[in-house]
Ligand binder design. Structure first.
Ligand code: SF4
Length: 351
């Protein structure tokens, strides 16, 4: 029995029933793949349902406002994925007459689609023989073959892809790809893999050499940058101020409260709001409201929200006024969205 046959024999009775596994529509598979990048299935599932319901075709997604798409993406993080979705939907409408591609080569031309995503969509949608290599596949192959080449350097990547290409089934590339990723996600897991019941135990070199915990090998460690953000909730009786982020860093094009970023921890600890920003508003009170830490893949955000009450709020340049009664109409980064929802709570009890 080939490796692929063993793998699919394991997969069929063990697989999870996930909605994108029941379609061959490349558009819906693409949605699921973009949503699931850097995201756990449990978290991505509700977003997939939202997107398929609100934007059942690529034309619906292209016709939507970017702001609405970002709002639907709120809380999922890595917002460039949502911007790429919207951009790509429009380019499929403009350049491909609205027909979403299902071949590897055509898929690779789409913004935000790399070799892994193109292989996944083309194999699932049209059974093209293209082997996927994602984090789960790196782990499974790294352990089975006890590979010492790092997965974050080109020679290693090339070697893994060659092994994956050798192993994939001619007849059922779609099932094979699903199966190897599922095996990595649920059986050969990062922590506590189920080696005792593993069908590959006898072949697994990492099991024999006791190197499971150090496979796959990674060269670089992620460097975490600390950032110190002061957000001002500037409000009168009815409204508060927001602004759209224009820096091409985190949260690009999302909305936020007016921001002052401190250079370091000392500046953050000693910070008091920049009153110049407020123009000639009559200020009733200023006080820090809450501190929190928000972790991103490469950044640790130290966040402090300030509550600043003024007599009468006026619109200021590059800011918008939003009603206090409708604080989350725009797409905000998760910590700001949660803060704003909390502001609303006391009002719900006033009636
Ligand atoms: Fe993974 Fe353990 Fe099976 Fe090796 S024996 S493939 S480490 S589950």
């Amino acid at each position: 029995m080939t490796f692929s046959e063993q793998l699919t024999n394991w997969y069929l009775p063990n697989k999870r029933d996930l909605p994108w596994r029941n379609t061959q529509d490349p558009y819906k598979i693409w949605l699921s793949e973009i949503i699931l990048q850097q995201t756990r299935i449990e978290q991505g599932l509700s977003y997939y349902y939202t997107f398929v319901e609100k934007y059942p075709t690529v034309a619906d997604l292209a016709a939507a406002e970017l702001d609405a798409v970002l709002k639907d993406w709120e809380g999922l993080g890595y917002y460039s994925r949502a911007r790429n979705l919207h951009f790509t939907a429009n380019s499929v409408m403009d350049s491909l007459n609205g027909k979403f591609p299902n071949s590897y080569e055509e898929l690779l031309k789409l913004k935000g689609v790399g070799t892994y995503t193109a292989a996944a969509i083309s194999s699932f949608a049209s059974k093209e023989k293209r082997a996927v290599v994602d984090g789960n596949v790196y782990r499974v192959l790294g352990r089975l073959y006890n590979i010492e080449d790092p997965i974050d350097a080109n020679p290693g990547k090339k070697r893994y892809q060659e092994i994956a290409d050798d192993l994939i089934s001619d007849k059922y590339p779609d099932l094979h790809n699903q199966a190897i990723m599922e095996f990595g996600a649920t059986h050969c897991t990062k922590h506590k893999p189920k080696c005792e019941t593993c069908i590959f135990q006898k072949q697994c070199l990492a099991f024999q050499k006791n190197t499971i915990d150090s496979r796959p090998v990674k060269k670089k460690k992620n460097k975490i940058q600390n950032r110190y953000l002061n957000f001002y909730h500037i409000a009168d009786q009815n409204n508060f101020l927001i602004q759209q982020r224009t820096d091409k860093g985190i949260w690009f094009q999302l909305y936020q409260l007016p921001l002052h970023e401190s250079l370091d921890k000392r500046g953050f600890d000693n910070h008091i709001p920049n009153l110049e920003l407020l123009g000639d508003f009559e200020i009733f009170s200023i006080h820090p409201d809450r501190n929190l830490i928000h972790l991103l893949s490469h950044q640790k955000l130290h966040i402090r929200f300030w509550k600043i009450e003024v007599k009468e709020l006026k619109k200021i340049e590059q800011h918008q006024l939003v009603s206090l009664a409708d604080p989350v109409a725009k797409a905000f980064p998760k910590p700001i969205s949660e803060f704003l929802q909390n502001q609303l709570k006391p009002k719900l009890f006033q009636k």
